[in-house]
Design a protein. Sequence first.
Length: 359
Amino acid sequence: MRRRDFDYVVIAAMLASGLYVTVTGVIADLFGLHQFVFHSYAGYLCAGLILVHIVLNGRRVVGYLRRLSRRPREREAAAEQAAGGVEDGARRQVVIAALSAAGGFLVGWLLPDGRQELPGEAADIGALYHDWSTPNHSLDLPVPEWGSRPPLYKSYPEADRIALPGDDDFRGLTVEEALSARRSVRQYTAEPLPLEVLSRLLHAAQGITEERFAFRAAPSAGALYPIELYPVVHSVAGLASGIYHYAVREHELERLQQGDFRSQVTRAGVFQSFLGQSAVCFLLSAIFQRARWKYRERAYRYILLEAGHVGQNLYLAATSMGLGACAVGAFYDDQFNRLVGLDPEEEAILYVISVGEPV
């Protein structure tokens, strides 16, 4: 391959890597992401290619620097001579750019706006819901049928069940110490978690703490407990990798699918690589009707609050045991719902929390 051809290859690779860095950086900013697959590596590659390009074009760079060092009169004369040949072309480019901008403006102005008007004065659907879910709301909306109360527990009768270790009297950090030490950790080792550690995490998140009334570790509006837990196990000693459901009443796991789901979890998590590097990813879903039948338009607010309670329990339990955890709200809802096999009209993933041994 000739030197010039190789330089063109370097330029093309440089443009591709630079474009990838730009696009992934914009996506990371829009979604509030901290990591994106290969984003930093592409940046390093682009910087290296720039250096190679400079080396390949060293003579031109040196010549340019020499021309800059000429006397002002010589530079002006050279500039006047070069300008004569490109003046007409520059004018054409300016005219084309102006016409393109004007045409784009006219097209955007003339095309009809396909957005539907929202009732009330809400600026977006979130503000609309917030207004609509207040007591004695005044929005002119039809009142839905709220339905009846569903079962309090969900189970998969055909799934294989795995018993979890009971309480082993483990005592980690105090609440005050865990609150002070809690941080979002996104770098994990490949060390598998012991099964008893997974058991503690599940119990801390949603376990029954009072048998008489079946009260759980996290508070719930009306003790209706709409949140379900689906651990996606990547690396737990004595437990096959796969997707599980936490059977709260029996403190057991129900195996829904067996296999390595690291790549699927990473893709569904907007390519945040640490989701596939953790030992376990906890998917928190909500069965909406469990709260909807009683709290009606207020239900979704209470469900989101409860997901936050469960998430903080996981954070503090992981911190107390010396583990790292990171809560994620940026993900593709449909991909996670399909991964677990949920009908999003009835139950949907709301929250993702990774846990593993910190680096």
